[in-house]
Design a protein around this ligand. Structure first.
Ligand code: AMP
Ligand code: ZN
Length: 468
């Protein structure tokens, strides 16, 4: 298997430190808002990487943090007049709902920065003891120049960084010994959450949490460290400096970074009015279409998100759903018998699609090509179903399709449930009530359906439903 390593700028053969076990750490979101559609990209991409390792029979320890203390969280909480911890807790719950909808498997551990303060204090103390960090008036800084390989991931040298040091300024910089130094611990300010430390009350810097959590849950050396490409510098560069200075071993063997998601070819931003939360998008599209859309691009390429492209993804995904539904229907009419000799020969042809799928995934997780291999299987199924077949044969095709789709985190049967006449009638009645602006009745019907485990979503294309 080949993985593109940001560190070496090359595809390299993947070999885990421990055979059969992959340890990976994926930087998670800062929880001060509902996650946006860009944040969903690393979640979906690296969840798929994880699923492929599992498909290959490997154990995966997958750690992804929630940054639950940070300036953005504190500012937002102050603006709303609520506690920062309460705000973060709320958005972690909401983020997990979005992840579940997008079929992102829960991490082996989802550590929270606020629960790992002792580990961060220990890391900072080690760095001070080893001469890599110093304290000034309650702030602890990392001495960037003391860590000689600094810049090795982002391929920057210290002199270039010096020229751009204005960008690196953080609070309290007047006291820094060098403009390149970054904060490991900052003293409390009025109205901010704080913890006790040997350097006074305060809170850790952002970079520190990932180094401390990766060490605690995965060990000093891990196989894969991943996140969006904006994290390469300074976040991941600083994590490497902290971890390697403290532990004296290589922090991560492979560094994987996803490209950015743009909206209509523009950077997503609130000021441009093109900022969408996952929730906004899921009100319009089936979550599986979102996932399918994201995996139809290579994870390192920039990805453009537009209504047009989403409509195209929806139509393509529907082709898979239709073929899978046709297999289900064929089961009902097929003869309950073992595969015939001819069917065995026919079935053997699908091995090529599986090989192509695996070859694509092993080439730095080329999910776009892997998806093309799934479409080859879909085409094959559509042709095969023109004839009648044994149950055994249909069953084998179903299984083959489901296994490949599951690596992608997709399930082509979810939207296929039969709505009983009663439920369909209720949805129709609710539509009538809405037309008549009788929202009380409409809401009552919605609640009644919810009690039966049916969730309704009003989309531009009409009412959609799914099982709760
Ligand atoms: P943040 O909460 O900003 O730290 O982001 C959480 C994760 O989402 C990080 O891995 C970011 O690199 C990633 N991310 C943020 N914005 C985008 C985007 N527009 N496209 C792809 N990934 C993004
Ligand atoms: Zn991180």
């Amino acid at each position: 298997m080949q993985i593109y390593n940001t560190m070496t700028k090359k595809k390299e053969t993947f070999e885990p430190l421990e055979p059969g076990h992959v340890r990976m750490y994926v930087c998670g979101p800062t929880v001060y808002n509902l996650i946006h559609i860009g944040n969903a990209r690393p979640m979906i991409v690296f969840d798929t990487v994880r699923r492929y390792f599992a498909y290959k029979g490997m154990d995966v320890s997958y750690v992804s943090n929630f940054t639950d203390v940070d300036d953005k969280i504190i500012n937002e909480a102050n603006a709303q007049g609520i506690d920062a911890g309460e705000l973060a807790e709320h958005f972690i719950v909401e983020c997990k709902k979005d992840m579940e909808a997008l079929h992102v498997m829960p991490a082996t551990v989802h550590p929270l920065a606020t629960q790992e303060i002792p580990e961060m204090i220990e890391l900072i103390s080690t760095l001070i003891d080893k001469g890599f960090a110093y304290e000034k008036n309650g702030t602890v800084y990392f001495s960037t120049r003391k860590f000689k390989p600094y810049g090795k991931l982002s391929h920057k040298n210290l002199d270039d960084l010096r020229a751009g040091e204005r960008d690196l300024k953080v609070t309290g910089e007047d006291e820094k010994e060098d403009a390149l130094d970054f904060v490991l611990w900052k003293p409390k300010k009025e109205g901010e959450p704080f913890w006790k430390s040997p350097w006074g009350d305060g809170r850790p810097g952002w970079h520190t949490e990932c180094s401390a959590m990766a060490k605690k849950y995965l060990g000093d050396s891990i196989d894969i460290h991943a996140g969006g490409e904006d994290l390469i510098f300074p976040h991941h560069e600083n994590e490497i400096a902290q971890s390697e200075a403290a532990n004296d071993v290589e922090f991560a063997r492979y560094w994987m970074h996803n490209g950015f998601l743009n909206i209509d070819n523009k950077k997503m931003s609130k000021s441009l009015g093109n900022f969408f939360t996952v929730r906004d998008i899921l009100a319009q599209y089936d979550p599986q279409v979102v996932r399918f859309f994201m995996l139809n691009a290579h994870y390192r390429s920039p990805l453009n998100f537009s209504r047009e492209l989403m409509e195209a993804a929806k139509a393509s995904w529907q082709r898979i759903v239709t073929a899978r539904g046709a297999l289900e229907d064929a089961m009902k009419s097929s003869e309950d018998a073992d595969m015939t000799k001819e069917e065995k020969t026919l079935y053997a042809q699908t091995d090529a699609f599986v090989s192509e799928f695996e070859r694509s995934m092993e080439d730095d997780f080329n999910t776009a090509d892997a998806m093309a291999a799934i479409f080859e299987l879909v085409k094959f199924v559509n042709i095969a179903l023109k004839d009648t077949h044994t149950k055994d044969f249909i069953e084998a095709l179903k299984e083959r399709m489901d296994i490949l789709l599951d690596v992608m985190g997709l399930n082509a049967l979810i939207e296929q449930g039969d709505l009983s006449d009663e439920i369909e009638a209720m949805i129709e009645k609710r539509q009538q009530a809405r037309k008549a602006k009788d929202f009380a009745t409409a809401d009552a019907i919605r609640d009644e359906l919810l009690a039966k485990g049916i969730v309704l979503e009003d989309t531009r294309e009409g009412v959609k439903w799914h099982k709760a």
